[in-house]
Design a binder for this molecule. Structure first.
Ligand SMILES: Nc1ncnc2c1ncn2[C@@H]1O[C@H](COP(=O)(O)OP(=O)(O)OP(=O)(O)O)[C@@H](O)[C@H]1O
Length: 289
């Protein structure tokens, strides 16, 4: 199973705004983290993948067939969770899933089976008959993931699945995504690097419409070795001075003193410095600050 994005470009406003420029990607089962700052082109890529937009150049193919030619057959293997949307607040969880199942053209029998299973999977069975207006942010995210899974899709696209969640709910959703991704292509667009750090097979970095990196997290982190330093500082004035010259990804104050985490090509001079083990947040800062 594979999804191939072949030299895809997309502009808006008659070519004035180039949102994606020659994107080349091949996706196979597993979780892919799609990272990039605002305006990088993530939503445009997602809209192309779910068929809401058409590419100006290039093709997207599923198992070697152009998705625009597959049409309905493609939609049948696709699950999409858009960014937190206006939910039907008066609907109960169950009614919402029945409604979405009907929109996707599932038979009554299929819908019944999927809805019962999914309410269990997303741990909402006890709340199934409550109105969506009474759901917490995490419950809303989970019911949105459930609707994306109704047709047991081979390709699952999740746009900011953990937006607005507290850390516990975020961990739950992250673990849940990891478990369902074993036999699916799962693309997770996010600003929250820690959401995908542990579960992504590969991380895709987009910047100003261009693909700047696509690799396994361990490889990406290796590429950052020698670029992250912990710098001992005495007070806030020293931090400000350091910040004028360097990108600081974190400041910690512990029994060893105050340490600023610096992302830089060279170790800051004139300080007590030790090399640190890079994480994806450092990588993000390195490329996008
Ligand atoms: N409908 C549109 N008309 C004109 N320009 C657009 C449109 N949609 C997006 N753009 C522009 O295309 C570029 C890419 O936008 P896109 O929304 O794909 O980025 P993004 O990475 O999803 O950003 P965000 O994280 O803010 O959602 C940006 O410069 C944006 O302003």
């Amino acid at each position: 199973m594979k999804l191939h994005i072949d030299e895809v470009s997309k502009s808006y406003q008659k070519g004035k705004i180039k949102a994606l420029d020659g994107i080349e990607l091949e996706l196979t089962p597993g979780v892919y983290g799609l990272l990039g700052p605002n305006g990088a082109g993530k939503s445009t890529l997602i809209n192309l993948l779910v068929g809401n937009l058409k590419a100006d150049r290039g093709t997207i193919s599923y198992n070697d067939v152009d998705i625009t030619k597959l049409g309905r057959q493609y939609r049948e293997v696709l699950g999409y969770m858009p960014q937190q949307q206006q939910l039907y607040d008066d609907f109960t969880g169950t009614r919402f899933l029945w409604y979405m199942a009907a929109m996707k053209g599932l038979s009554r029998k299929q819908a019944q089976a999927s809805i019962t299973t999914l309410l269990n999977v997303v741990n909402l069975q006890e709340h199934a008959h409550k109105r969506l207006s009474s759901y917490s942010g995490g419950m809303k995210q989970r019911i949105l993931i459930a609707q994306a899974l109704l047709n047991d899709p081979a390709i699952l696209i999740l746009d900011e699945p953990t937006a607005g969640l507290d850390p516990k709910e975020r961990i739950n959703i992250r673990n849940f995504i990891a478990t369902i991704a074993l036999n699916k292509i799962v693309l997770v667009a996010t600003h929250v690097v820690t959401d995908i750090e542990c579960i992504a097979k590969e991380v895709i970095l987009l910047k100003k419409g261009k693909l700047i990196m696509k690799d396994e997290p361990t490889h990406l982190l290796k590429s950052m070795e020698g670029h992250v330093f912990e710098v001992n500082v005495t007070d806030s004035e020293a931090i400000n001075k350091l910040q004028e010259k360097y990108r600081i990804s974190n400041i910690s104050n512990d029994s060893r003193g105050i340490w600023a985490r610096v992302v830089s090509d060279q170790a800051p001079e004139g300080y007590q410095v030790q090399e640190a083990r890079p994480n994806l947040e450092d990588l993000y800062l390195y490329h996008f600050d």
